[in-house]
Ligand binder design. Structure first.
Ligand SMILES: Cc1cn([C@H]2C[C@H](O)[C@@H](COP(=O)(O)OP(=O)(O)OP(=O)(O)O)O2)c(=O)[nH]c1=O
Length: 187
């Protein structure tokens, strides 16, 4: 069966490649707005399923994977930064604190329906100086990433520890997806 990754994220493409080389990519364009007051564990799974659904509607014979990542501090979601100032604001909030990275995962398989999961990882940030934040933001790395950092990039310097799945923070919970793909006989 054809397998499609409904994502434009190069990290997700790289991570799915750790499970199988046989997939194509078709980014989903959906409204990623969060419903005010809604439970974020459910919201991130809903967004992942929305991406998978949008691509499955175009390719009804294919299995489709969708994913979405939110950085959550004190119950508030931080998405991607709007601009450099917003990236600095997010990094100042994360400095010296522990936050959660929630990654929604959806797998649609024709004849088997949609499976959804949310994987939660706790990430502890070191205390960051204003200079460190300014130079990191000037590097451009934070701009396309939830919470304005990339654990797999030079953002690694800010991480004191994590509890949970590193790959989920990067964008795709590899083990959980592999389990789901085995369960649905895709691998
Ligand atoms: C926290 C964190 C996020 N990210 C990235 C993963 C996602 O690409 C991005 C979160 O935005 P998403 O909206 O989840 O994904 P996306 O728009 O990049 O891709 P698509 O919707 O097409 O799948 O942030 C990292 O690369 N490293 C990190 O440490």
């Amino acid at each position: 069966m054809q397998l499609i990754l409904a994502s434009q994220s190069p990290r997700r493409q790289e991570l799915l490649g750790l499970i199988t080389p046989d997939f194509s990519v078709c980014p989903a364009d959906i409204d990623e707005g969060l419903r005010p007051g809604a439970d974020l564990v459910e919201e991130v799974a809903r967004l992942a399923a929305g991406k998978a659904r949008a691509v499955a509607d175009l390719h009804p014979q294919a299995a489709v994977i969708g994913s979405d990542t939110l950085v959550v501090l004190d119950g508030q979601a931080l998405g991607k930064p709007a601009d450099e100032q917003d990236a600095c604001r997010m990094l100042r909030l994360l400095s010296g604190r522990t936050h959660e990275v929630m990654t929604g995962l959806a797998l649609y398989v024709p004849g088997q329906g949609m499976l959804t999961d949310t994987v939660v990882t706790r990430v502890r940030f070191a205390d960051l100086s204003d200079e460190e934040i300014a130079s990191y933001v000037a590097s451009g790395e934070p701009m396309d990433k939830a919470g304005a950092y990339g654990i797999q990039g030079t953002g690694a310097r800010f991480i004191q520890g994590i509890e949970g799945d590193y790959y989920s923070v990067m964008g795709l919970p590899v083990r959980r997806l592999y389990e789901r793909m085995r369960q649905t006989k895709l691998v």
